[in-house]
Design a protein around this ligand. Structure first.
Ligand SMILES: [Zn+2]
Length: 254
Protein backbone atom coordinates (compact mmCIF):
# COMPACT_ATOMS: atom_id res chain seq x y z
CA UNK A 1 0.00 0.00 0.00
CA UNK A 2 2.76 2.36 1.05
CA UNK A 3 4.67 1.56 -2.08
CA UNK A 4 1.64 2.12 -4.27
CA UNK A 5 1.08 5.52 -2.72
CA UNK A 6 4.75 6.37 -3.17
CA UNK A 7 4.60 5.39 -6.81
CA UNK A 8 1.45 7.45 -7.29
CA UNK A 9 3.15 10.47 -5.78
CA UNK A 10 6.17 10.05 -8.03
CA UNK A 11 3.82 9.75 -11.00
CA UNK A 12 2.18 13.04 -10.09
CA UNK A 13 5.51 14.77 -9.52
CA UNK A 14 7.30 13.70 -12.65
CA UNK A 15 4.59 12.89 -15.15
CA UNK A 16 1.58 15.08 -14.41
CA UNK A 17 3.16 18.25 -12.99
CA UNK A 18 5.61 18.91 -15.79
CA UNK A 19 2.73 18.87 -18.29
CA UNK A 20 1.39 22.06 -16.80
CA UNK A 21 4.76 23.51 -16.08
CA UNK A 22 6.16 25.06 -19.18
CA UNK A 23 3.47 27.50 -20.26
CA UNK A 24 6.23 30.11 -19.91
CA UNK A 25 9.92 30.12 -20.55
CA UNK A 26 10.70 26.50 -19.99
CA UNK A 27 12.28 25.67 -16.66
CA UNK A 28 15.81 25.68 -18.09
CA UNK A 29 15.22 29.12 -19.57
CA UNK A 30 14.07 30.52 -16.23
CA UNK A 31 17.09 29.05 -14.46
CA UNK A 32 19.66 30.27 -16.97
CA UNK A 33 18.25 33.80 -17.07
CA UNK A 34 18.50 33.94 -13.27
CA UNK A 35 22.07 32.63 -13.34
CA UNK A 36 23.00 35.25 -15.94
CA UNK A 37 21.45 37.92 -13.69
CA UNK A 38 23.42 36.67 -10.65
CA UNK A 39 26.68 37.30 -12.50
CA UNK A 40 26.00 41.02 -12.97
CA UNK A 41 25.05 41.89 -9.38
CA UNK A 42 27.34 44.04 -7.24
CA UNK A 43 29.97 41.71 -5.72
CA UNK A 44 28.74 41.85 -2.09
CA UNK A 45 25.16 41.12 -3.17
CA UNK A 46 26.25 38.27 -5.39
CA UNK A 47 28.27 36.79 -2.52
CA UNK A 48 25.29 37.08 -0.17
CA UNK A 49 22.76 35.52 -2.57
CA UNK A 50 24.90 32.79 -4.13
CA UNK A 51 24.77 30.44 -1.09
CA UNK A 52 20.95 30.64 -1.39
CA UNK A 53 20.83 30.13 -5.15
CA UNK A 54 19.06 26.77 -4.87
CA UNK A 55 16.20 28.33 -2.87
CA UNK A 56 16.08 31.27 -5.25
CA UNK A 57 15.78 28.84 -8.18
CA UNK A 58 13.16 26.75 -6.35
CA UNK A 59 11.07 29.88 -5.79
CA UNK A 60 11.64 30.89 -9.39
CA UNK A 61 10.05 27.69 -10.69
CA UNK A 62 7.29 27.44 -8.08
CA UNK A 63 4.67 29.56 -9.88
CA UNK A 64 4.67 27.08 -12.80
CA UNK A 65 4.05 24.10 -10.49
CA UNK A 66 1.50 25.64 -8.19
CA UNK A 67 -0.32 27.58 -10.86
CA UNK A 68 -2.98 29.85 -9.39
CA UNK A 69 -3.13 32.81 -11.77
CA UNK A 70 -2.28 33.42 -15.40
CA UNK A 71 1.29 34.52 -16.00
CA UNK A 72 0.29 36.57 -19.01
CA UNK A 73 -0.77 40.18 -19.46
CA UNK A 74 -2.52 39.86 -22.81
CA UNK A 75 -2.09 42.99 -24.92
CA UNK A 76 -1.74 41.78 -28.53
CA UNK A 77 -4.29 39.54 -30.22
CA UNK A 78 -2.78 36.91 -32.50
CA UNK A 79 -5.95 35.52 -34.04
CA UNK A 80 -8.91 37.72 -33.23
CA UNK A 81 -10.21 35.34 -30.57
CA UNK A 82 -12.02 37.00 -27.64
CA UNK A 83 -9.61 38.47 -25.06
CA UNK A 84 -9.06 36.45 -21.90
CA UNK A 85 -10.31 37.82 -18.56
CA UNK A 86 -8.28 40.50 -16.79
CA UNK A 87 -4.95 39.06 -15.73
CA UNK A 88 -3.88 38.89 -12.11
CA UNK A 89 -0.21 38.54 -13.05
CA UNK A 90 0.73 42.11 -12.09
CA UNK A 91 -0.99 41.89 -8.68
CA UNK A 92 0.56 38.54 -7.89
CA UNK A 93 4.02 39.74 -8.91
CA UNK A 94 3.60 42.82 -6.73
CA UNK A 95 2.51 40.73 -3.74
CA UNK A 96 5.62 38.52 -3.93
CA UNK A 97 7.95 41.52 -4.36
CA UNK A 98 6.37 43.43 -1.45
CA UNK A 99 6.51 40.29 0.72
CA UNK A 100 10.22 39.90 -0.04
CA UNK A 101 10.79 43.55 0.94
CA UNK A 102 8.91 43.06 4.20
CA UNK A 103 10.93 39.94 5.04
CA UNK A 104 14.19 41.83 4.51
CA UNK A 105 12.96 44.67 6.72
CA UNK A 106 12.04 42.16 9.42
CA UNK A 107 15.51 40.64 9.26
CA UNK A 108 14.34 37.21 8.06
CA UNK A 109 17.00 34.83 6.77
CA UNK A 110 18.22 35.30 3.21
CA UNK A 111 17.19 31.71 2.44
CA UNK A 112 13.51 32.59 3.04
CA UNK A 113 13.87 35.90 1.22
CA UNK A 114 15.51 34.16 -1.74
CA UNK A 115 12.54 31.82 -2.24
CA UNK A 116 9.97 34.65 -2.35
CA UNK A 117 12.27 36.80 -4.46
CA UNK A 118 12.42 33.86 -6.86
CA UNK A 119 8.62 33.67 -7.03
CA UNK A 120 8.46 37.37 -7.94
CA UNK A 121 11.22 36.92 -10.50
CA UNK A 122 9.20 34.28 -12.33
CA UNK A 123 6.71 36.92 -13.47
CA UNK A 124 9.39 39.37 -14.61
CA UNK A 125 10.91 36.66 -16.76
CA UNK A 126 7.63 35.33 -18.13
CA UNK A 127 6.36 38.77 -19.11
CA UNK A 128 9.52 39.35 -21.10
CA UNK A 129 8.63 36.37 -23.28
CA UNK A 130 6.50 38.07 -25.98
CA UNK A 131 3.80 35.38 -26.09
CA UNK A 132 2.99 36.39 -22.50
CA UNK A 133 1.90 39.78 -23.78
CA UNK A 134 -0.36 38.17 -26.37
CA UNK A 135 -3.24 35.74 -26.69
CA UNK A 136 -4.74 33.42 -29.29
CA UNK A 137 -2.06 30.76 -29.68
CA UNK A 138 -2.76 27.17 -28.72
CA UNK A 139 -0.95 25.53 -25.87
CA UNK A 140 0.93 23.33 -28.34
CA UNK A 141 2.03 26.35 -30.39
CA UNK A 142 3.13 28.15 -27.24
CA UNK A 143 5.31 25.20 -26.26
CA UNK A 144 6.65 24.71 -29.74
CA UNK A 145 7.95 28.29 -29.86
CA UNK A 146 9.03 28.44 -26.28
CA UNK A 147 11.03 25.27 -26.24
CA UNK A 148 13.26 26.81 -28.89
CA UNK A 149 13.83 29.97 -26.84
CA UNK A 150 17.09 29.13 -25.13
CA UNK A 151 19.91 31.61 -25.40
CA UNK A 152 23.28 30.40 -24.30
CA UNK A 153 25.69 33.28 -24.73
CA UNK A 154 24.20 36.31 -23.05
CA UNK A 155 27.49 37.33 -21.48
CA UNK A 156 29.25 37.21 -24.81
CA UNK A 157 26.71 39.20 -26.80
CA UNK A 158 25.06 41.51 -24.31
CA UNK A 159 25.81 43.70 -21.36
CA UNK A 160 24.12 44.73 -18.19
CA UNK A 161 22.83 48.28 -18.42
CA UNK A 162 22.92 49.13 -14.70
CA UNK A 163 20.49 49.13 -11.80
CA UNK A 164 17.10 50.60 -12.70
CA UNK A 165 14.98 51.30 -9.64
CA UNK A 166 11.43 49.94 -9.85
CA UNK A 167 9.06 52.63 -8.59
CA UNK A 168 5.87 50.60 -8.73
CA UNK A 169 5.90 46.82 -9.14
CA UNK A 170 2.52 46.60 -10.81
CA UNK A 171 3.35 49.35 -13.33
CA UNK A 172 6.64 47.59 -14.00
CA UNK A 173 4.80 44.36 -14.86
CA UNK A 174 2.55 46.17 -17.34
CA UNK A 175 5.45 48.01 -18.92
CA UNK A 176 7.39 44.77 -19.44
CA UNK A 177 4.42 43.15 -21.18
CA UNK A 178 3.76 46.27 -23.22
CA UNK A 179 7.35 46.24 -24.49
CA UNK A 180 7.68 42.52 -25.11
CA UNK A 181 4.27 42.18 -26.79
CA UNK A 182 5.59 44.29 -29.70
CA UNK A 183 7.58 41.22 -30.75
CA UNK A 184 4.76 38.72 -30.32
CA UNK A 185 3.65 38.72 -33.96
CA UNK A 186 7.12 38.37 -35.50
CA UNK A 187 7.92 35.66 -33.01
CA UNK A 188 4.69 33.79 -33.62
CA UNK A 189 3.94 34.30 -37.33
CA UNK A 190 7.44 34.76 -38.77
CA UNK A 191 9.09 32.45 -36.24
CA UNK A 192 11.97 34.92 -35.80
CA UNK A 193 12.94 32.89 -32.81
CA UNK A 194 16.64 33.59 -32.63
CA UNK A 195 16.33 37.35 -32.99
CA UNK A 196 13.43 37.71 -30.56
CA UNK A 197 14.98 35.35 -28.03
CA UNK A 198 18.15 37.46 -28.01
CA UNK A 199 16.14 40.62 -27.28
CA UNK A 200 13.79 39.05 -24.77
CA UNK A 201 16.52 37.23 -22.90
CA UNK A 202 18.67 40.34 -22.64
CA UNK A 203 15.78 42.37 -21.26
CA UNK A 204 14.82 39.56 -18.87
CA UNK A 205 18.36 39.40 -17.43
CA UNK A 206 18.50 43.18 -17.00
CA UNK A 207 15.02 43.33 -15.45
CA UNK A 208 15.80 40.42 -13.10
CA UNK A 209 18.96 42.14 -11.82
CA UNK A 210 17.03 45.40 -11.38
CA UNK A 211 14.20 43.64 -9.54
CA UNK A 212 16.54 42.01 -7.04
CA UNK A 213 18.39 45.25 -6.33
CA UNK A 214 15.15 47.24 -6.15
CA UNK A 215 13.70 44.92 -3.51
CA UNK A 216 16.78 45.26 -1.27
CA UNK A 217 17.16 48.98 -1.98
CA UNK A 218 13.52 49.70 -1.12
CA UNK A 219 13.65 47.54 2.01
CA UNK A 220 16.88 48.92 3.43
CA UNK A 221 17.13 52.42 2.00
CA UNK A 222 19.96 53.66 -0.21
CA UNK A 223 22.61 53.85 2.50
CA UNK A 224 22.30 50.41 3.98
CA UNK A 225 21.71 48.87 0.54
CA UNK A 226 25.07 50.32 -0.48
CA UNK A 227 26.88 49.42 2.76
CA UNK A 228 25.62 45.85 3.08
CA UNK A 229 25.10 44.77 -0.53
CA UNK A 230 27.09 47.25 -2.60
CA UNK A 231 23.95 48.36 -4.45
CA UNK A 232 24.80 51.64 -6.19
CA UNK A 233 22.54 54.61 -6.88
CA UNK A 234 20.10 53.65 -9.64
CA UNK A 235 20.88 54.79 -13.18
CA UNK A 236 17.19 55.28 -13.93
CA UNK A 237 13.66 54.28 -13.02
CA UNK A 238 11.22 51.62 -14.17
CA UNK A 239 7.48 51.28 -13.67
CA UNK A 240 6.95 54.88 -12.75
CA UNK A 241 3.44 54.85 -14.12
CA UNK A 242 3.79 56.77 -17.33
CA UNK A 243 1.31 54.55 -19.16
CA UNK A 244 -1.75 55.75 -17.27
CA UNK A 245 -2.81 56.58 -13.74
CA UNK A 246 -3.39 52.94 -12.90
CA UNK A 247 -0.50 51.72 -15.11
CA UNK A 248 -2.87 49.33 -16.79
CA UNK A 249 -3.09 49.83 -20.55
CA UNK A 250 -6.62 50.26 -21.81
CA UNK A 251 -8.19 46.97 -22.88
CA UNK A 252 -6.81 45.82 -26.20
CA UNK A 253 -9.01 46.09 -29.23
CA UNK A 254 -7.61 42.99 -30.91
ZN1 LIG B 1 5.07 31.00 -15.80
Amino acid sequence: MQRVRGAALLFVMFVLLPLGSSWAWNLTGHRWIALDALTVLPAPMKEALTPHASLLLAGLLEPDFNRVVSHKIPIVSLRGTPPPPRSEAADTFKRFAVDAEAMIRLGRGLDEVAFVLGQATHFVQDLNQPLHGAWGETRAEHHEVEDQMLYRSWRKNHTYRGFMLIKDYSCFAYSIAEKSSRHARTLFFDRQIERVTGLAWDQAVNDTASLWQSVFWRALGPERAWQVYGIPAPVGELGSGSLSASCEPSRPAG
